[in-house]
Design a protein around this ligand. Sequence first.
Ligand SMILES: Cc1cc2nc3c(=O)[nH]c(=O)nc-3n(C[C@H](O)[C@H](O)[C@H](O)COP(=O)(O)OP(=O)(O)OC[C@H]3O[C@@H](n4cnc5c(N)ncnc54)[C@H](O)[C@@H]3O)c2cc1C
Ligand code: SF4
Length: 502
Amino acid sequence: MGKPTGFLEFTRELPSKRSVEERVNDYKEFVNRYSDEKLNQQSARCMNCGVPFCHNGCPLGNVIPEFNDAVYNKEWKDAYDILTSTNNFPEFTGRICPAPCESACVLGINQPAIAIEEIEKHIIEIAFEKNFVQPKKINKRTGKKVAVVGSGPAGLAAAAQLNYAGHSVTVFERDDQPGGLLRYGIPDFKLEKWVIDRRVKLMEEEGVTFKCNANVGVNVNVNDLLREYHAIVLAGGSTVPRDLNVPGRELKGVYFAMQFLKQQNKRNANIDPLANAAVESNILAEEVLATGKNVVVIGGGDTGSDCVGTSNRHKAKSVTQFELMPMPPTSRTQFMPWPTYPMTLKTSSSHEEGADRKWAIATKEFIGDENGNLKAIKVVDLEWKSAEDGRPASFVERAGSERIMPCELALLAMGFVNPQYAGLLEQLGVELDERKNVKATEKEYKTNINKVFTAGDMRRGQSLVVWAISEGRECARKVDEFLSGGLSVLETKDQTAAALMF
Ligand SMILES: Cc1cc2nc3c(=O)[nH]c(=O)nc-3n(C[C@H](O)[C@H](O)[C@H](O)COP(=O)(O)OP(=O)(O)OC[C@H]3O[C@@H](n4cnc5c(N)ncnc54)[C@H](O)[C@@H]3O)c2cc1C
Ligand code: SF4
């Protein structure tokens, strides 16, 4: 424990951000770094709990009290080693994780939680600055070849771990650059793309091969992969968006969030947003811009919030965000006590930049002009009834609340239902579970097809980057066991934690 009285002396502070007025004019990240003193104080708050609930709250099993202690003592190499023993990509999670570890932090019982996510980001960025992050030398190659399909966080983590185990790994990606939703989905203002390039370069130097514009099941033959590789990891994500089938859905001006967000990621990278439609997904025939429009974002989650931030940067006339559910409470209630994940109101940095958030509202119809362009949206308010556990359970439309709002761009951000079946999955003949995700248990990550494994959103359904990394790592261990015919050289997260904590 760095400083026994730290949690009494200092309160939680997050780093400053660039002002809203400034940051909405560009797509750069806007969270500043802590001063050395502030970083020291924030790590000093950690109580090094006997039972560190933070560790349990993190899907990766990050060994948090130990790295907080190393940061407090300015033992940067130790902090880096501890952090990366369980997390391949802290530079991603340190920027965009919703930090379930912080919701579980013991200090959260009666004080604001430790700023774990920010500490994580500082450790990895300091490690890069101090040149601790070097390509690892792989001493012994096994002669086994593994194909990883999909280069999102799950595919990247599986590839990195399998490479460390000595296998020769090739990652196939249908987009023109690796990264999955980190690259084409999450806006640059949350995660600048040089962060992905830096990691991919390291992985290449460690021996991982990346093949982009390679859509397995379309321009890469599935049977060739089965013939040429000793194992295959399917990490293609959950890419089929939930649609809203109300009258007027076909109008010009109603799009899926990902069609809008991906175009902006491409513009930021100086890539033609309309190019490569033959190979990639979500490519439209026309550019979608929010500039000067009344934008309605339908869906209150992360993706919706990213559409809000991007629309404000496009200089939309107005930005409104709809959520079907009622507004959640601002703090924990009796139904969500610590350390459960609190379903409280989340105000993202994009919301800070301006949006009219409407709760308990449903879209009844998209209304077009004579040329088939969206011009308005018909909505109705909802009245929710809660169940005994406090959760909203059923609703009815509020009589007389139906109205029409001007809207020239509607972005559907209501989540993803399942992975795409046509192509890769269909040709392999993989079995799906009841939610239409690829069927494989969280223990084995193995599909019904011999030597074919799966991880990430493709297996667990739409989720988080931290879960995708965790799945990629766990899946890699199972693939390594399969290839070695026995025990894996890769540790479980419990083994790593036990070695570091005791
Ligand atoms: C807009 C948006 C914002 C988000 N923000 C956050 C956030 O702030 N924090 C957070 O934790 N999570 C966030 N998420 C969720 C998170 O991005 C995902 O849970 C995570 O990326 C899933 O990782 P994955 O590797 O399983 O799949 P993905 O990241 O979806 O990657 C799958 C990859 O596989 C490729 N692929 C698919 N099929 C094939 C094929 N046949 N051949 C070759 N390649 C193929 C795809 O092109 C894609 O690149 C967000 C999601 C979205 C959509
Ligand atoms: S639960 Fe919070 S205070 Fe306790 S060890 Fe983890 S980060 Fe530190």
